[in-house]
Design a protein. Sequence first.
Length: 179
Amino acid sequence: MKKVAYFHPALRVLHWLMAAAILIMLFIGVAMVSTVSSLHSLLVSIHKPLGVMILLLVIVRLWLRFTTATPSLPASIPAWQRTMAHLSHWALYLMMLAQPLTGWAMLSAAGDPVTLGNGIVLPPIMHVNNDWYALLRPLHTWVALALFATVLLHLAAALLHAFVLRDGVFSSMTGIRKP
């Protein structure tokens, strides 16, 4: 593929849309498990379709990532940091896939349907099984915590590139040319 200075516009839109959706989802998840009020039902009704949307968006994003040219990291970045950057991105993709799938599997194991509104109900992806539910419930939480921590590290690295290093890495995802 040819060398480019910026990520494809569709990848940039998906990146920022998913960043907002994931942050919203993480905060909704925390609120869901910490409340027993009438808000719980509302939060669950948002959480399920938002999780499905994130799953679909990450699939589209991965397809675009493999079919479009992406900018190279600057030569000024040491090899170990390049390796960490690549590993952290793949970890983010893995968790963005795993989180909604573990949620869907957990609900399936509990016999709880994934409803998207307007009567749309997704089929279960596993049979009802209390043992699997007991495994998937904490796994869903641990993946969420790992995702949140990795997002924070990703944000810290982005801010480092934007305001300290000013090396074009941040602008490659914003599309804003550096001065």
